[in-house]
Design a protein around this ligand. Structure first.
Ligand SMILES: [Zn+2]
Length: 113
């Protein structure tokens, strides 16, 4: 995964939101970053520092909220322990990732005149 293209995409989405709301500036951007997203928080923050110049986020702080991986049964939704056999103990269904691979724009704080 290329952090720069993720940040580019993030900046575009925040810019579009800011225009939509007629914001004069963005104070803070919060993203949820899954442990299995394949993205290094440090690299993401570094790319943000470089790429935000001249965008709506030029003065906005970036908050990165780490999200642990969580597994659940694909059939009954039972939570499964990470690292254990990914098969449900109550119904035998196969496990699936419930969270942890996401990169989500969670919140944008902007100044609307
Ligand atoms: Zn189950």
């Amino acid at each position: 995964v290329h952090e720069a293209s993720i940040v580019q995409d993030l900046l575009e989405r925040v810019g579009a939101l800011a225009r939509q709301h007629g914001a004069s500036g963005v104070h803070r951007v919060s993203v949820r970053l899954g442990a299995l997203s394949g993205v290094e928080p440090g690299l993401l923050a570094g790319a943000y520092e470089v790429l935000r110049a001249g965008t709506a986020c030029a003065r906005a702080r970036l908050d990165i909220e780490p999200v642990d991986a969580r597994w659940e049964c694909g059939s009954c939704g039972n939570e499964l322990a990470a690292g254990a056999a990914l098969r449900c103990r109550s119904c035998g269904g196969a496990g699936r990732l419930a969270q942890g691979d996401e990169i989500l724009l969670e919140r944008v704080e902007m100044e609307v005149p």
